[in-house]
Design a protein around this ligand. Sequence first.
Ligand code: HEM
Length: 388
Amino acid sequence: MNTTKGIASMADWRTDLHLLAIHVLSAAGFGHSHDFSRGLQEVPQGKTKSFSGALNFLLMNILPVLIFGNMKLPEFLTWAKCREIHGAIKDFGEYMAESVAYTRATTQSGGGGRQADIASALIEADEAAKREDKLSGKSFGKGKPNFLSDEELYGNLYAFNIAGFDTTAGSLSYAMPLLALNEDVQKWVVEELDAVFGTNSPVQSDYETNFPKLTRCLAVMHETIRLWGPLPEIARVPAGEGQSLRVGDKELFITKDMQVSTNFYGIHADPRWWGPASLEWKPERWVTKDSDTRLESINCPADGATFLGWSAGPRICPGKKFSQVEFVATIATLLHKFRLKPLVMQELGMMDEGDAREALKKTVAASQFMLTTKMIAPENAGVVLVPR
Ligand code: HEM
């Protein structure tokens, strides 16, 4: 936790959880592990930003990047922000190109390929498609090849980075205050952690043995995403000239110039599906216990019916499992060692834990959609880690 300023406000948590998400993406996405304290924050020679700095900058400035990213003016005619955008795009492009070149080299030489990361999987599949096209005599110049162009490959890797970064970090940054405000839920999760790990650290634990047992940790994630998920809605346009859509007993025709938006938050808060306490954060609502085996499992409503945290159907989030493993590992590691408590920030006039709780509740409630759902003033409250 970043405690350099002596406090651990929700803004500090956000920074650290973003850094954590970048490290996970870099290792599991690109196969490169880095030292947590410095690694991804170092700026190599010839670049203006570190890997984490460039990704963060592009994400936080997504609109100016879209507007000015392709603007080609002489250096002296562009203003500082525009130059920074061009620098970050160039840096990030180079980081991805270096990563792809490395993976291609290890894949082709047979030394180190088959790594369990997204970039390796994508590049290996792509190289295999290239080999198949070559063998089947498919001409490179004619028709659409079965493999991705470099631009498409980078586009996909960029999409995974962007889509996988703010979403998981954002969900974790809501889980922390919600856990701190609900000590009973922490105790319930800790019961599970003690049963699974005992005094062993979750850090060294075996994924296949232990992940399926961490139902309560996963319930915390589902419940956090139900109420505070990163995306409040998703819009769709119909295919072709339009499509008909059944709404209740009506048949509506959606023309090709219309968009239909699904209100995730509305569905997730509806008492018809979630009961009278639909607005309360209660992770236990996700867990069912088998009466014979006494084993607990996640009781997830049928996809697309009442829960759309990762969306549903053919466009369901491809990073769903990835984000679950990252979230569960983070919660398990923290709660196995620490209790989370509202932070009394005397510099903001808080006198005791009661004030800290109120500030935390207000800070969480004052959220808005900024690329993903975020607290508007995360510096106004905090969460502290207290050793168990
Ligand atoms: C808490 C974590 C996450 C949540 C709640 C989440 C949720 C979503 C949602 C709602 C969509 C929209 C699907 C649609 O268009 O219907 C989406 C798309 C996507 N997500 Fe995630 N996501 C999370 C984490 C991740 C991670 C970690 C990755 C990558 C490692 C990822 C990769 C993607 C990609 C590439 C898409 C675009 C898919 C497409 O356009 O077809 N997501 N995600």
